[in-house]
Ligand binder design. Sequence first.
Ligand code: ATP
Length: 288
Amino acid sequence: FVRPIEKINAVIELYPKGIAGFRRYLDLLSTEPDIADRPGARPAPRLAGNIRFREVSFSYGSRPVLDRVSFEIGAGETVAIVGPSGAGKTTLCSLLPRFYDVDGGAITVDGIDIRDMTLASLRGQIGIVQQDMFLFGGTIRENIAYGRLGATEPEIIEAARRARLMDLIESLPQGLDTVVGERGVKLSGGQKQRIAIARMFLKDPAILILDEATSALDTETEREIQKALAELSVGRTTLVIAHRLATIRGADRILVVDRGGIAEQGAHDELLGAGGLYRRLHEAQFGS
Ligand code: ATP
């Protein structure tokens, strides 16, 4: 008698979720893809990664997020982006691969307006490592190889090694052929992130966008991931939406985003000394 009632309960809980999901799916279907190649867009050359935001403004509909933001990042530089929640850090980074187009101003890479490059050639040179990595329900090998289709076995293994994945792979009876996701082995957040990093070693992009995890991983995993990310960012222009003190300190420069603009920029000690927003954020997050 109790079991059917439990089942009904489960259905009652699931039903609104299902409907909400279905609505989002319908919304998605009805969305016009407004980001497309401009007439005359050309494939980008191999980029060095000199990024320039020139008077960039952007709003989500009627909600302004960025107001005439200007800054430059040199090729190979690592920049930490910090700022209060909702300040626009994620938005700023999503303009670079053109998930949205700017409403005003321009973004150039190596002096070329990113709207004059084909989307595929632009996005092919930008690597993104996010907090919640999406894995396909295939094998570890397939999930890594997605970084560059056609990668050879030694290349995949080398990428896995550099991403500090070999201990995990060797501990699994089926190694690289282990199926992950719902039908296979469930991986931890840290393991998924390392698969994403391995993918990026294969992809070898000129520009890297890292969205650092806010949720705590255990210190050992954290250290391994930091090492792999540090290695990954060598020789690439790297933008990190940073939450960890070690990352922020290690960056070449810090951009402090606030109220639609860049409030401050500089190195850690310099900004602490200036006694502005960065110092307040730093004290609130890490203590004085
Ligand atoms: P956090 O540190 O909390 O992740 P953030 O600095 O990355 O914040 P964004 O995610 O860029 O901030 O958001 C900037 C503003 O834009 C916020 O007010 C947010 O609510 C809004 N926003 C973000 N994404 C969208 C969207 N797709 N549609 C409408 N508004 C959005």
